[in-house]
Ligand binder design. Structure first.
Ligand code: TMP
Length: 209
């Protein structure tokens, strides 16, 4: 059985983690071997990087290039150690965030050059692309209502998150076959049904649970 790589994307508090976990549970019930992972922090090295890049230290501003390269280092390790071996073993890999997060946050959010960023990410991800990306779209006001900032990036202002959301929507328009946009303001159950319908269709699974 061929492996299948699904990524979840969206601004903070979009419900990605909940939905990714629900999808993993549904696919396991169908007998698929699922690896559920995340970025940053899907490996031991990655957990150290996550701490570095999302923590409140150093207090001096972290420059966008350094921030982006830390996410790239996390990704290089994650692809080599976790994602590629699992796909080669025929598993379904569900990753909470992947390259689109860098394009949206460091590209659109921080204003980094998109061409340069794409070239570096191509190297970091070893050319690996998701088979499907679920983009859970919520507006920034909803993200804010769902909770306060728990890390350095979440403490950025609303304009930063507006640019990120726009970035995700632009990515969705340029790559509609890969990126499946789902309305994140709907109930957890309904969002999960939409996602499962799309994934089961692509995997040729029975849509009934
Ligand atoms: P989360 O995994 O808890 O959603 O949070 C990770 C944070 O890191 C989130 O604010 C998005 C951010 N991030 C980037 O800015 N660029 C990236 O490439 C990745 C993977 C995450």
């Amino acid at each position: 059985m061929a492996g299948f790589f699904v990524t979840f994307e969206g601004i903070d508090k979009s419900g990605k983690t909940t939905q990714a976990a629900l999808l993993a549970e549904k696919l396991r019930k169908k007998g698929r071997d699922v690896v559920f992972t995340q970025e940053p922090g899907g490996t031991e090295l990655g957990r150290e990087i996550r701490h570095l890049v999302l923590g409140w230290r150093p207090r001096a501003a972290v420059v966008a290039l350094a921030e982006m390269l830390l996410f790239a280092a996390d990704r290089a390790q994650h692809v080599a150690e976790v994602i590629r071996p699992a796909l080669e073993a025929g598993k379904v890999v569900i990753s909470n965030r992947f390259v689109d997060s860098t394009t949206a946050y460091q590209g659109y959010g921080r204003g980094m050059d998109l061409g340069q960023l794409r070239a570096i990410q191509e190297v970091a991800s070893d050319g690996l692309r998701p088979d499907l990306t679920v983009l859970i779209d919520i507006d920034v006001a909803t993200s804010r209502e769902r909770g306060g900032a728990s890390d350095r990036l979440e403490a950025e202002n609303d304009l930063f998150f507006e640019r990120i959301r726009e970035g995700y929507l632009a990515l969705g328009r340029t790559d509609p076959n890969r990126i499946f946009r789902v309305e994140g303001h709907l109930s957890v159950e309904v969002v999960s049904q939409h996602i499962y319908a799309e994934v089961s269709n692509r995997l040729g699974l029975d849509n009934r649970l």
